[in-house]
Write a protein that binds this ligand. Structure first.
Ligand code: NAD
Ligand code: ZN
Ligand code: ZN
Length: 371
């Protein structure tokens, strides 16, 4: 076992662009593994870390949290993985100690297992933070051994990486956070990598009506390809009214489940307002510290109280990675989960800033860094 030299995409300081730097990656300690990254998706959360000045993490920060690779070294005491194993890296591996884990409910773990920080910037030896305990925009990273989830050998890693965040979050929102019943009517606001995964989850759950809302017609076309039964362009008028019209049932319409996947507070309000009586809205998008929502309680026609509306928050699809990741890989291998269609572009480590730009302006589901 030895320190590895590598390259990583770092945020060096607040307000700066991400750039490639030489790094030194120390050998894994107890309960840690070093992973040679093969592929990593670029999720909107990495861009938010840049926009939100590191989101509380000390600089420099290794970006990336949607990664897959090959185990390079295992730390002392690690027996369930060996060098050469293909893995997807989970950012919410349950801690086994918090109140939720102790009561046998690891999907609602309060925290997640984390490794010691073992990546250093080569130029000055500065210890690097790792986005969501991962840091996958790097040739090598070190993660907690229980956060490295073994993949079947036939699983292509440039698709498997998407399971780590966008797919497990969207599909898990529907299957775990807010289980959708067969025959339900659902709406999803925002059809990026996460929202399209919500649509795939809703199709797996046999939702009757899957209504996709976005402001980009290309995303809406993709939403249809991924299983949406109806699409709404929010630029064509109030999406709440459009959803109610599409679901009219003699009770003013509405959906049993609405999922927000934009990170925009007004979209959370829309999700709640488009619910049928007793429905549940689930917010997935990452908020900024000053984001809040304004929901009327008492209006007899539309208030949250009288409509008996619920609001839930989804973190990574309430995932139990050791169970969910192999399941999602199996669904892909059986042709029931479309990951191929989610990889719009394969890019290099040097293209991360370009991928951020395209995420904001262009027609990309996922750019995937392939080493
Ligand atoms: N909670 C979690 O665990 C979790 C996990 C992954 C990502 N996220 C967050 O989820 C959000 C979505 O991530 P993503 O990678 O899919 O992002 P993305 O940028 O790929 O997709 C966002 C989509 O929202 C659409 N949109 C923008 N404004 C809209 C509006 N007013 N109405 C409807 N649609 C609109 C965009 O056109 C785009 O298609 C981000 O905020 C991300 O940080 C959260
Ligand atoms: Zn993500
Ligand atoms: Zn826990």
């Amino acid at each position: 076992m030895s320190t590895m030299e590598g390259r990583a995409v770092l945020l060096n300081a607040s307000g700066e662009d991400a750039r490639i730097e030489e790094v030194l990656v120390e050998s894994p300690g107890p309960n840690e593994v070093m992973v040679k990254i093969v592929a990593s998706g670029v999720c909107h959360t990495d861009l938010t870390v840049k926009h939100q000045h590191g989101m509380g993490m000390p600089f420099p920060i290794v970006l990336g949290h949607e990664g897959a690779g090959i185990v390079e070294q295992v730390g002392p005491d690690v027996t369930h993985l060996v060098p050469g194993d293909a893995v997807v890296i989970a950012y919410r591996a349950p801690c086994e100690q918090c109140p939720a884990c102790r009561r046998g409910d690891p999907r609602h773990c309060y925290v997640a297992l984390r490794p010691k920080l073992r990546i250093r910037r080569k130029s000055d030896g500065a210890v690097c933070s790792q986005v969501l305990r991962c840091g996958t925009f790097s040739t090598y990273t070190v993660v907690h051994s229980k956060a490295a989830i073994k993949m079947p050998t036939e699983m292509p890693l440039d698709k498997a990486c998407l399971i780590a965040c966008g797919v497990v979050t969207g599909v898990g929102a529907v299957l775990n956070t807010t289980p959708v019943f067969a025959g339900a009517r659902i709406a999803v606001i925002g059809c990026g990598g996460v929202g399209l995964s919500v649509i795939q989850g809703a199709a797996l759950a046999h939702a009757r009506q899957i209504i996709a809302v976005d402001v980009n017609p290309v995303k809406l076309q993709w939403a249809k390809d991924f299983g949406a039964t109806h699409v709404i362009n929010a630029k064509d008028g109030d999406p709440v009214a459009q959803v109610r019209a599409l679901t009219e049932d003699g009770y003013d319409g509405g959906v049993e489940f609405a999922f927000e996947a934009t990170g925009i507070p007004s979209c959370i309000e829309q999700a709640v307002k488009m619910l049928a009586y007793g429905g549940t809205a689930t917010t997935i998008g990452l908020p900024a510290a000053d984001h809040s929502v304004n929901l009327n309680l008492g209006d007899m026609a539309t208030g949250v109280y009288w409509n008996k509306a619920a609001l839930r928050v989804c973190h990574a699809g309430d995932t139990l990675p050791s169970y969910d990741f192999p399941l999602l890989a199996q669904l892909y291998l059986q042709g029931k989960l479309n990951l191929d269609g989610m990889v719009t572009k394969k890019i290099g480590l040097e293209d991360v800033e370009k991928a951020f730009h395209e995420m904001e302006t262009g027609n990309v589901i996922r750019s995937v860094i392939v080493m």
